[in-house]
Design a protein around this ligand. Structure first.
Ligand code: 3HC
Ligand code: NAI
Length: 700
């Protein structure tokens, strides 16, 4: 035996315990240990029952994800599951905590499953671009039928032990006490022949209603044909379950194995597992390892507009006490409504009752009086995006906030050092850049100006974690990580439009790449006026060599700011958020093109993506070069959680690795012939291409 699997014999019971923290992943050593423990227990005539369990909060979170992509070592998990299932002695899975993926499949191959009430079971492989590859697609439908099995595999969310019991996949739930002790009688009864030991492969309850199973397969397939564009594993999962219904177990198992191998090789699996580790890596900041964040119970939000309202809701949802300060009563009333309408919507959707809303709002204190912030642990400013307004607010914050309070700005672009400079405590001021709607979007850029205290930085991360956000560190540089990169590919979208490709075709190509919406739909959603004001502000300092597309200005001059005015790049019928193509917009574009004497060019979808992603990767490489982002995978996280980059493609940096860094550089060089000012390959990209490096090599 090894130290990650411990075998204890207690009278006639062999207790096999996985002890591989933090999550009891089924690494090679665990698999070896399990196999050996099963063999030894079978050989010992004194042992009548085997009980497999986990330790800590986990039964097992499944296969060791770190091992994917490396040569697979025996014994593999399917072999262990088969060995357990075919044991001549009864095998119990004592599910002491979370059992996911291969961990749950291990339990499925046991003859009996007992769980503690707080345990969770699930098959989340779909989120990693995989399928349950250790017999799960074959065993689970045999017990609970195709529909429930597919629901578990296709939504990937774990279910409670109670639900498992109702499904029939858990035999007993023990409400309290030590699981082993609580299950002792059940285990001993099997030795007396009271409960028959039926291998899962021989179970048939789930196969009885053939018609319902057939319908379920059809329905799930239809649903995924609509929503699974670009994905691979959902369709493989459905095929595997269909096989389970129609073929002998061994044949189904072989089919599952082959499908699993295909998923493992798919680019979607590579992208999704990259994303899994990227969103964990972004929270690991070496300089914060030993640093305790400050106390955080009371938050003050300055400004109750779009962002202030959303931030207040995010904080209330995280259990904080929230003060909101507005400049006057009218502003305050709007701020209060911005918060309340979120909870009213929850109530109308049946997600909460009026009592719950009342309870939450007891922690919400709106005011026009800055004195109210004196006992706040943190203050987040979300007023107009104007340096002078922000500075004025920070002077007041400096006056009223208590010593030790963290001061933050939610600015999208402005210099945090400059904002901090008006206070007597610049080392306590940082940027916390939320995304709209702030109570829903998970990205939080944490912007670090010079001289920031590590304790303050740690408190920013703690707030992000507490709100369930994905926090990413950014240096204090214009547009930080996300908006700066957005600026580059938005320009390219404009160039392509002016060159002669309809904005609607550009949006379509970007959606086909996997984004939920295209760039012009996004402009309409965000509101054209904000970008317009920004462009006007920068007009005098714009480099004359920069190509400037005036089409968006032409729309704004007409008051067409997008969804909020019913018209932008698209036309929105009364009350509708779905835009339709607008021939007048196409005329305006054609007019601009002819004014500049540009001959129309229709780019293919493939060309659109080469330019769009090329600009994104090039700017991202500059962001890395300038150390605005810590590492490439942080950029991937920002693009996914803030801007809709398809998760299954991993992020722009992972995509570039898979597409080829050299090819990216070649693309940029090809485009630079027409516009050398914009299309300058970053030095980092050129070096990487020359040295055969990937962005993955630069991850921390
Ligand atoms: N393999 C290897 N490492 C894993 C792991 C796994 N299956 N699951 C989690 N970890 C690691 C994390 O990377 C993290 O490492 P770090 O501390 O170095 O960053 C650590 O365990 C703790 O994880 P979290 O920070 O995510 O802890 P939480 O408590 O928030 O969440 C969890 C725990 C719910 C288990 C979550 O980590 C999770 O969802 N893990 C993935 C589970 C999964 O997808 N299992 C299926 C694997 S594929 C499979 O089993 C194939 C089979 O069908 C053949
Ligand atoms: P908004 O115009 O909706 O809200 C700003 C609010 O601040 C208004 O309600 C106004 O009354 C209030 N305000 C102005 N001066 C004040 C003062 N001196 N004291 C108290 N309250 C004052 O603006 P929005 O969209 O919420 O933006 C706020 C900040 O968040 C800006 O810096 C913006 O760049 C940033 N941001 C905006 C995003 C968006 O999508 N709208 C996304 C991320 C950041």
């Amino acid at each position: 035996m090894n130290d990650v699997v411990v075998l204890n014999k207690k009278e006639s019971i062999a207790l096999i315990q996985i002890q591989n923290p933090p999550v009891n992943a089924l690494s090679h050593a665990v698999r070896q240990g399990l196999m050996e423990a099963v063999r030894e227990s079978l050989e010992d005539p004194a042992i009548k029952v085997l009980a497999i369990t986990g330790s800590g909060k986990f039964f097992s979170a499944g296969a060791d994800i770190q091992e994917f992509g490396k040569p697979s070592l025996e014994p593999q998990l399917p072999q262990i599951c088969n060995a357990i299932e075919s044991c001549s002695k009864p095998v119990f899975a004592l599910i002491n905590g979370t059992a996911l993926g291969g961990g749950f499949e291990l339990a499925l191959s046991a003859h009996f499953r007992v769980a503690t009430a707080s345990a969770k079971i699930g098959l989340p492989e779909i989120h990693l671009g995989l399928l349950p590859g250790s017999g799960g697609t074959q065993r689970l439908p045999r017990i609970i039928g195709a529909d429930k099995a597919l629901k578990m595999m296709l939504n990937g969310q774990p279910v409670s032990a109670g639900e498992g019991l109702a499904y029939g996949v858990i035999d007993r739930v023990e409400e309290s006490g030590e699981l082993i002790t609580a299950s002792m009688n059940f285990m001993l009864e099997t030795t007396a022949g009271k409960h028959p030991r039926i291998p899962t492969r021989e179970r048939t309850e789930g196969l009885q209603d053939e018609a319902a199973n057939h319908v379920a397969i059809g329905e799930h397939r239809n649903t995924w044909q609509k929503k699974g564009k670009g994905l691979y594993s959902p369709f493989q999962i459905i095929d595997c379950v269909e096989k389970a219904l129609s073929t002998p177990f061994e044949e189904g198992l072989k089919y599952e194995r082959e499908s699993f191998a295909r998923c493992l090789e798919s680019p979607q699996r590579k992208g999704l597992i990259h994303a899994f580790f990227a969103e964990r890596r972004c929270r690991k900041i070496p300089e914060l390892r030993e640093i305790e964040p400050r106390k955080l119970e009371r938050l003050a939000v300055i400004g109750g507009g779009t962002m202030g309202g959303g931030i207040a809701v995010a904080a209330l949802d995280a259990g904080l006490e929230v003060m909101m300060v507005e400049r006057d009563e009218a502003g305050l009333e709007k701020g209060r409504l911005n918060v309340e309408k979120v909870y009213d919507r929850h109530i109308s959707k049946g997600r909460m009752g009026p009592e719950d809303k009342k309870e939450v709002l007891e922690r919400f204190i709106p005011s026009t009086d800055f004195e109210r912030i004196t006992d706040a642990d943190m203050v987040i400013e979300a007023v107009f995006e104007e340096m002078e307004v922000k500075k004025e607010v920070f002077r007041i914050l400096d006056q009223y906030a208590r010593q030790g309070a963290v001061l933050a700005s939610n600015t999208s672009y402005l210099d945090i050092d400059e904002i901090a400079s008006v206070t007597s405590r610049p080392e306590e001021v940082l940027g916390l850049h939320f995304f709209s709607p702030a109570n829903i979007m998970k990205l939080l850029e944490i912007v670090v100006p010079s001289g920031l205290s590590n304790e303050v930085l740690a408190t920013g991360f703690a707030l992000g974690n507490r709100m369930g956000k994905v926090p990413v560190r950014s240096a204090n540089s214009e547009g930080f990580i996300g908006n700066r990169i957005l600026g580059a590919y938005s320009k390219v979208a404009g160039y392509m439009m002016e060159d002669g490709t309809s904005p609607y075709r550009i949006d379509e190509a970007v959606r086909d790449f996997g984004y939920p919406i295209g760039p012009f739909q996004m402009f309409d959603l965000a509101g054209g006026d904000i970008g317009w004001a920004n462009r006007k502000r920068k007009a005098t300092t714009r480099d004359p060599r920069e190509r400037y597309v005036e089409i968006a200005d032409r729309l704004c001059e007409r008051g067409w700011f997008g969804q909020k005015t019913g018209r932008g790049f698209y036309l929105y019928e009364e009350g509708s958020r779905i835009g339709i193509e607008d021939p007048e917009v196409l005329d305006i574009i054609a007019g601009e093109r002819s004014t500049k004497g540009i001959r129309a060019r229709e780019y293919s979808p493939e060309e659109i993506i080469r330019r769009y992603i090329g600009a994104m990767v090039n700017e991202a490489a500059k962001v890395l070069e300038e150390k605005v982002a810590r590492c490439p995978s942080d950029i991937d996280v920002v693009q996914h959680y803030g801007y809709g980059f398809p998760r299954y493609r991993g992020g722009p940096m992972k995509y570039a690795d898979m597409y080829g860094i050299r090819k990216i550089v070649e693309d940029i060089e090809e485009f630079s012939v027409e516009d050398p000012f914009f299309w300058k390959p970053s030095e980092l990209l050129k070096t990487m291409a020359a040295q055969g490096q990937t962005f993955e090599d630069l991850n921390l």
